[in-house]
Design a protein around this ligand. Structure first.
Ligand code: C2E
Ligand code: C2E
Length: 174
């Protein structure tokens, strides 16, 4: 039963929390933050040009890229931070007890680590980059955590439109 539980919560490819479980963790952190008046941040990450990687090298390499990315990120954050795969090449991180300035520094650390850790394809190396958006929970989010998700995604789109391979923080509260 424990193993089935684990399977139901985990993305089989990358070992991250799957979308459904990640949203449960997000809701739990949201409620904890309201109850105890703590800080937390949500980070949205999207691999740059993932579709071209798939098209050019095939899906096996695409899968390898996703696993590689997840493992680089996991090594760069604490075990108490939650990494989820929320879409095809889209990931998100819950950073409990973390303010926007720290979360932005963490995101920048992740961005660098990913760029500096190419995937080995046997005879060649493939460098991946990631675009990242960061948002901090604020009291107006108390009635709907979806607002926080939208702010993190909006920051991510800015990172994309600003040339990719960069980090944007959402500093305007709501
Ligand atoms: P960990 O907590 O699992 O953290 C994994 C990696 O995430 C760290 O590897 C580091 O690259 C990054 N990281 C986590 N928190 C921070 C942070 O506040 N600032 C920065 N710059 N990076 C952070 P690293 O450095 O090789 O550390 C390996 C393990 O050693 C950590 O695993 C943790 O268990 C322990 N550790 C290292 N430094 C400290 C520390 O100052 N205090 C505590 N409590 N543990 C530490
Ligand atoms: P720092 O690297 O400048 O990090 C400042 C603060 O950002 C940390 O304060 C923490 O609140 C937050 N932070 C940084 N990285 C992470 C992360 O991966 N996950 C989470 N949840 N929060 C993170 P804190 O904890 O008081 O640590 C103070 C300093 O102690 C850090 O400054 C860093 O220099 C060192 N440190 C603590 N833990 C680690 C670690 O595991 N690895 C390394 N390399 N340094 C650590």
């Amino acid at each position: 039963a424990e193993q089935l539980d684990h399977q139901a919560r985990t993305d089989a490819l990358t070992g991250c929390a799957n979308r459904r479980h990640f949203l449960e963790l997000l809701q739990a952190e949201h409620l904890r933050t309201i109850r105890y008046q703590r800080a937390f941040c949500l980070v949205s990450l999207d691999l740059d040009y993932f579709k071209s990687i798939n098209d050019r090298y095939g899906h096996l390499v695409g899968d390898k890229a996703l696993c590689h990315f997840a493992s680089v990120v996991r090594k760069t954050i604490r075990p108490s931070d939650h990494l989820g795969r929320v879409g095809g090449e889209e990931f998100a991180i819950i950073l409990p007890e973390t303010t926007l300035a720290s979360a932005t520094a963490i995101a920048e650390r992740i961005r660098k680590e990913v760029e500096l850790a190419p995937i080995s394809l046997g005879d060649s190396l493939l460098t991946m980059t990631v675009s990242i958006g960061v948002a901090e929970w604020t009291p107006p989010d108390a009635n709907n955590v979806e607002k926080l998700v939208v702010r993190a995604d909006t920051a991510l789109y800015k990172a994309k439109s600003d040339g990719r391979n960069n980090v944007k923080a959402c500093d305007s509260p709501n």
